[in-house]
Design a protein around this ligand. Sequence first.
Ligand code: ZN
Ligand code: MN
Length: 482
Amino acid sequence: MEKKYYTTIGLEIHAELKTNTKMFCSCKNDPDEEKPNVNICPVCMAHPGTLPVANKKAIENVIKVGLAINANIADFSEFDRKNYFYPDIPKGYQISQYKYPIVSGGHLAGLDITRIHLEEDTATSKHDKGDYSLVDYNRAGVPLMELVTEAHTFENPEDAAKAASVFAKEYQLLLWYLGVSEANMEKGEMRVEANVSISPDKDKKWNAYVEVKNLNSFKSVEKAIKYEVERMIDLFEEGKESEIVKETRGWDEMKQKTVSQRKKESSQDYRYFPDPDLPKMKLHEAFDLEEMKKNLSETPAQKRARYKNDYGIKDEDIEFYINNLLYSNFFELVVQNLKNDIETIKLASNYITSDIVGFVSAGGVLLPAWLQTSNENFAKLIVMLKENKLSSRAGKDILKIMCTEGGDPMQIAIEKDLLQKNDTGALTEIAQKIIDANEKVVVDYKAGKEAALMSLVGQMMKETKGSANPQIAKNLLIDLLK
Ligand code: ZN
Ligand code: MN
């Protein structure tokens, strides 16, 4: 039998903060600037004699994230120099945090958080120029928040990979909700790295772990971890565990495999020391943490709980709203028009997540304009459906008209003669007419064929252009056929 291996992972996630200016100078922080080297100044270009000034907004953003995950906000914090040489780091060191991160502890999406610290981003190197490289310093000095999770051990690689991508997704959502980062992975605004190791023994951690980089999507986070674990297991199985070394490997999306990039430095090599150019920080004095906590935006987790408690809708639909703020804002406006009736709210939600989403993906509705203007009419339509004034068929037809041309659902229903006919007198007449015209179907029904009855109901719906209440129509037919 094949041996069992445990997978241990730890995540490091860098996210660029959304601030007006860079971390230590007043240059614009503009991730969409395409012209190279325009948002630069002597400070972020490391000219001699220049001094950094910390961006308070960036520090506040990191504290917000800490508060949202119930972490400790350090009273004392400071910036350190992380020394290494590379063309994208003009000072020869990166200003980061070592011993005293702003945030420590906290939990998110099932993982324990070690710390969140603040640092500056590097410049962007362009190596695709043939025999030379170019460096764009627009990004140099942009505030960068680094989150590090504790190491977590899983029974199998699938669980580990899933936990990592679920965590990354939830963290991205949290950053959006708090408004602190765009966290777009394809644009490199959020960069996930996974430290991966395996061990045949649950309690004995293997020392050599591999840091997997270049994970540009949640899918690649999952695939890269699974691939890396399988690679390590194969080496173990072949008795080559000495070939599992501490190193950085990049995920190659084209080849669907990890490729060795460099053997990893230990933190000693960086010769961290406190940056003498920046003042020490007393965060509990500089920020009113109580007030910040009170004013914190709703987190995705809080919103999930609220939707579950207040609306009782399906988990799947809740998740849809959590990820689609345009729709959840629309849904909440609709709910305001529905007087807290849970069944009506659920009906509204079903029409939003199936019909409206369907029309939108078919190109029939222009979001967000439509969602902003039509919540009242949509709520009216839902109430009409709930009160059996419309069949669901008619409801869908009216919604389609509302989505393309707009309008009041009652007016549309009257114009198109779609109000449900619950009036048995008129319906009895139609039912009798249909019975008379369908001798053979009636014989089949009387011989015990249930399907024959549905065919008659269908004809009634057709005759009334869908406005008959199908249940009433069915009962009428049964009575008349007795
Ligand atoms: Zn600058
Ligand atoms: Mn970092």
